[in-house]
Design a protein around this ligand. Structure first.
Ligand code: NAD
Length: 492
């Protein structure tokens, strides 16, 4: 069982209701990017642990109570879990903050409440959403049953470790599936706590399992290519998504992929500039820019570009590095040394591409100061690749058509933001963008009923509301003869 060893906390796999720490076996540490010291130790799983977890989830699905409970019983347990998440909010928030450097102001006040909200929303949605009925007066009635799909493998990234995992497991569980969750190796603690809380909430053993380890040639690939798994839901980089889809295709396992992005943010000349500056800074620098939805490509109408850039730099400079465990801190370090090297590389090459750093810099330590870059040519990697750090490029534009073409000229298509006071323009431009979500005069506002996902390299499929239901269930048609001649309505 979990416990303390010196000042490093021990966490384990949670399989079939038991927590298994590394003991004398292989393990890995989570390093706090602010202190540079390991703070938690995890067992390093392999194909063997993936098998154990899938077997546990399989048993819990095939013969356990979870899929056979009434929806209201499952709903009650998921609501109890949401209550426990809020009661344990400090531990959960600090786990993410220590694992990957996210300011506790974000993890405590945003990610943990949103995790509870995900659990409640999908619990209610599954319990309350009616199914379709196709009545006929003469021949038959047909209706849809939403059967749980089976064993769901959920693979999560490190940038919103708890919240994004809950976005996947909440609908999967609410619809009666059992789950094997693999968190990112950089941020494995909070979901381990979540799995402990699920047992405390009354979820039967084997329903929510967590296994720790790496992706390729490790737990990740063992799970995604597993023969006894019914769904794979993945959030992470686009290149990894391709590997996951390939592995899942071996057994024709359906996949849902939420992948990388290069969010475009368009500010028209008629925008409310105060609001646009505030939202644009938030879109570019929240979570140190380590957000798939980050507004990292900013297009500003030429007539206001200079003033806008100056004010954006002012907003960027207000975000100063601090201890992420301090509630006043708004800018934490990047998640790891490796990621810091990647992001710093983009800063180092700005001049080489002919651009100017209007504000920002790498350091100290694993921090990157919020960075605004101007003057880069269209082909510069900063304008095309997912930097996943607090770096935003500013590009002036002249016409609506020109900027729409620019935004759409990207392999990614996760999201875009528009700032304009012209209602017709807002609808027109929103309709013409090739992305999964368009925010008008706001950013990051989520309606959990709405579809969420991306086009192109940003993903495959949608999750949220009924879209999650479609993925995590096997819809079944039941056709009941009611008339003398069922063929009256058209037999096959
Ligand atoms: P990543 O792809 O490196 O890793 C994600 C997860 O996949 C980790 O748990 C990792 O261990 C696992 N993994 C890696 N290789 C694997 C393999 N071959 N088989 C199975 N699993 C494997 O991504 P990351 O660095 O953790 O996260 C950042 C990325 O996630 C960014 O590209 C970001 O845009 C994206 N992201 C997308 C969304 C979205 O909703 N679209 C949300 C958050 C993050």
């Amino acid at each position: 069982m979990a416990g303390a060893q010196s000042d490093v906390e021990l966490f384990g796999h949670v399989i079939d209701g038991e927590e298994i720490t590394a003991g004398d076996g292989p393990g890995f540490d989570s390093v706090d990017p602010y202190t540079g010291r390991p703070w938690a130790r995890f067992p390093l799983g392999s194909g063997a642990e993936a098998d154990l977890a899938v077997d546990a989830a399989r048993r819990a699905f095939d013969s356990g109570p979870w899929p056979r409970m009434s929806r209201s019983e499952r709903r009650a347990i998921l609501h109890r879990l949401a209550d426990l998440v809020l009661e344990n909010r400090r531990d959960l928030a600090l786990a993410d903050t220590r694992d990957m450097g996210k300011p506790v102001s974000q993890s405590l006040n945003k990610d943990v409440p949103r995790t509870a909200e995900n659990l409640r929303f999908f619990a209610d949605h599954a319990a309350l959403t009616p199914a379709e009925l196709y009545p006929s007066d003469t021949g038959h009635h047909a209706y849809t049953r939403y059967e749980p799909a089976g064993v769901v493998v959920a693979i999560a990234p490190w940038n919103f470790p708890l919240m994004l995992a809950s976005w996947k497991i909440a609908p999967a569980l609410a619809w009666g599936n059992t789950v094997v969750l693999k968190p990112a190796e950089d941020s494995p603690a909070s979901v381990t706590i979540l799995a402990r809380l699920a047992l405390e909430a009354g979820m039967p053993p084997g329903v929510l399992n967590v296994v720790h380890g790496y992706g390729p040639d490790s737990v990740g690939s063992a799970l995604t290519g597993h023969a006894r798994v019914d769904r794979v839901t993945f959030t992470g980089e686009s290149a990894t998504g391709t590997a996951v889809a390939r592995a899942a295709a071996t057994h024709l396992t359906p996949v849902s992929l939420e992948l990388g992005g290069k969010g475009a943010n368009v500010v028209f000349a008629d925008a409310d500039i105060d609001q646009a500056v505030e939202w644009s800074a938030r879109a570019a620098f929240t979570n140190a820019g380590q957000v798939c939805l980050a507004g990292s490509r900013l297009y500003v109408h030429r007539s206001i570009a200079e003033e806008f850039t100056r004010r954006l730099c002012g907003a960027a400079d207000l975000l100063v590095p601090g201890d992420p465990k301090d509630p006043a801190t708004l800018l934490g370090p990047l998640s790891s040394g490796e990621h810091h090297r990647k992001v710093s590389g983009y800063l180092d090459s700005v001049a080489e591409w002919g651009g100017t750093v209007a504000t920002g810099a790498a350091g100290p330590g694993l921090f990157v100061r919020p960075t605004v870059v101007t003057g880069l040519p269209k082909e510069a990697p900063h304008r095309n690749e997912e930097v996943f750090g607090p770096l935003v490029t500013v590009t002036p534009f002249d016409t609506e058509d020109e900027v729409v073409a620019e935004v759409n000229d990207s392999p990614y298509g996760l999201n875009a933001m528009l700032f304009t006071e012209d209602l017709s323009r807002a609808h027109r431009v929103a309709a013409s963008l090739r992305v999964g979500t368009v925010w008008v005069n706001c950013f990051f506002v989520r309606d959990l009923r709405a579809p969420f996902g991306g086009v192109g390299r940003s993903g495959l499929g949608r999750e949220g509301g009924t879209y999650s239901r479609e993925f995590f269930t096997e819809p079944k048609a039941v056709v009941v003869r009611v008339g003398e001649d069922p063929g009256a309505d058209g037999a096959a």
